[in-house]
Design a binder for this molecule. Structure first.
Ligand SMILES: C[S@@+](CC[C@H](N)C(=O)[O-])C[C@H]1O[C@@H](n2cnc3c(N)ncnc32)[C@H](O)[C@@H]1O
Length: 444
């Protein structure tokens, strides 16, 4: 159950990890913002990796750790003492999931109470963690009687998975608690995948081809990608194998007019361009200006160009020139419940009301963009969600209300074979993120 090799790096690293957890849990910030800011405080690679594991792990196991804490401390802590609460969870995480010697992990965690300026908490944290060390097996057995606690997910999400995937929900929840592989996409405009693998091998980087991606490479170990060969020349991008299916399905051809409707940070935009030898009339549209800046930076690093602009995909009159598109990629805003293993804070941030709102937004964008598609043209609908409302049910409703739309079955050998409309990839299947694709064609 260990997360990564870890060392006992003292109270300071734990204090910084605690502050990052609080930013997510108490202040509702996203881990992808909080993590780089917090890790920037450490120049030592091992300390960075230790802190990263503490934060990701404590958030990943948050729901189970909370249930364990409730067994040990019947009285709830006050809201203003959320720091002490998170510190207890951080301590429990170390006892359960890291290789740090238990007694050392506990005493360094207890030392953090001094940094919180809450001396009263010293005895409390110490007592709870030491009690847990003594009664670990019995407490875990009790907590694990409830599946949402055992797999550390919010109750609503556990129920949604059990309903949608009666035979696969355990696998999904388990996969969400795993550390995701680091997958790259070779930039075919720079070199072949074999050539990049060769360059990696020469630099002693262990990597292999992904079986379902023409350009996918899976690294055997997590590493600083900016140090890998060809990074500075734009030789590759970081992109999960599931996300690499978009360009492979849509197959943009030279000269086609393409819309990438929800494009930032541009992973799929870049892949579409690379796929068609950079010879596309491609518009990348994005609602959030700061995110569009990231798209521009990413294209620049890869030496790629296309039209890009800020715009709302559900308001075509604001940005469409009236010339229909041959193909549209709609990588829709979604719950991101397929990528929980990469972003464990999603478990914390996402609530059922969000899903209803997202389903409505997706529906609005679908209906609007359909008007901009050429007769005979194709639209690929994609989400990184595992919820049927955003995927299969969304597509079923669209096909029912749209007379000139038909579904093109995907001739692929990946994903969950039971899905009738489109193809669902469950998290962890063939090492991929949870994703959904449905290819639609407008009748000529
Ligand atoms: C799933 S992400 C896209 C990821 C991107 N396709 C990639 O591969 O890098 C969805 C994006 O849609 C943007 N978005 C949300 N609502 C939008 C709208 N109405 N119009 C355009 N973009 C929107 C979000 O800001 C977000 O950047």
């Amino acid at each position: 159950m260990s997360e990564q090799p870890s060392q006992n790096s003292g109270a300071h690293t734990r204090f910084v990890a605690l502050k990052m957890c609080l930013q997510v849990v108490e202040h509702g910030r996203s881990l992808s913002q909080v993590l780089p800011e917090g890790l920037a405080q450490f120049s030592d690679k091992r300390e960075r990796s230790f802190v990263q594991n503490l934060v990701l792990g404590t958030l990943r196991w948050q729901f189970r750790l909370m249930a364990i804490r409730s067994q040990l401390l019947k009285k709830k802590l006050k809201a203003k003492d959320e720091d002490v609460n998170q510190l207890i969870l951080l301590g429990l995480f170390q006892i359960l999931h890291t290789e740090t010697a238990e007694h050392a992990a506990v005493s360094e965690t207890v030392n953090v109470t001094a940094k919180l300026k809450k001396p009263w908490a010293k005895g409390l944290v110490n007592g709870i963690l030491r009690n847990f060390m003594r009664e670990k097996d019995a407490i875990c057995a009790e907590v694990d009687l409830k599946p949402a606690q055992k797999y550390s997910h919010p109750q609503w999400f556990f129920k949604a998975m059990r309903k949608a995937y009666p035979e696969h929900w355990q696998e999904i929840l388990e996969a969400n608690n795993q550390i995701a592989p680091l997958t790259l996409r070779n930039n075919a405009l720079e070199q072949s995948r074999d050539e990049l693998l060769q360059a990696f091998a020469e630099a002693d980087i262990q990597a292999s081809e992904h079986p379902h991606c023409q350009q996918g490479i899976v690294l055997e170990q997590s590493t600083d990608i900016t140090q890998l060969p060809t990074y500075d020349e734009g030789g590759f991008s970081v992109q999960d194998a599931a996300a690499q299916q978009a360009a492979q399905i849509l197959q943009p051809q030279a000269g086609q007019k393409i819309l990438d409707a929800c494009a930032a940070p541009g992973g799929k935009t870049a892949h579409l361009l690379e796929y068609a030898n950079a010879d596309l009339d491609l518009l990348a549209l994005e609602k959030e200006p700061e995110r569009l800046d990231r798209l521009a930076e990413n294209l620049h690093r890869l030496g790629l160009e296309c039209d890009y602009r800020v715009g709302d995909a559900s308001q075509a009159s604001d940005w469409w020139d009236g010339q229909p598109f041959d193909k549209i990629l709609l990588d829709a805003p979604c719950s991101a419940t397929g990528i929980i293993r990469r972003h464990p804070d999603i478990k914390w941030h996402r609530i059922p009301e969000d899903i209803e709102e997202l389903v409505e937004i997706q529906q609005k964008i679908l209906d609007e963009l359909w008007q901009t598609l050429k007769p005979g043209g194709q639209m690929l609908y994609a989400t990184c969600s595992v919820l049927p409302q955003e995927n299969r049910e969304q597509m079923q409703a669209f096909l029912e209300r749209t007379n000139d739309a038909e579904m093109i079955p995907l001739a692929v050998d990946w994903g969950w074979q039971d899905s009738e409309i489109g193809r669902q990839i469950l998290p962890g299947q063939d090492g991929m993120d949870g994703f959904y694709y449905c290819l639609l064609q407008k009748q000529a």
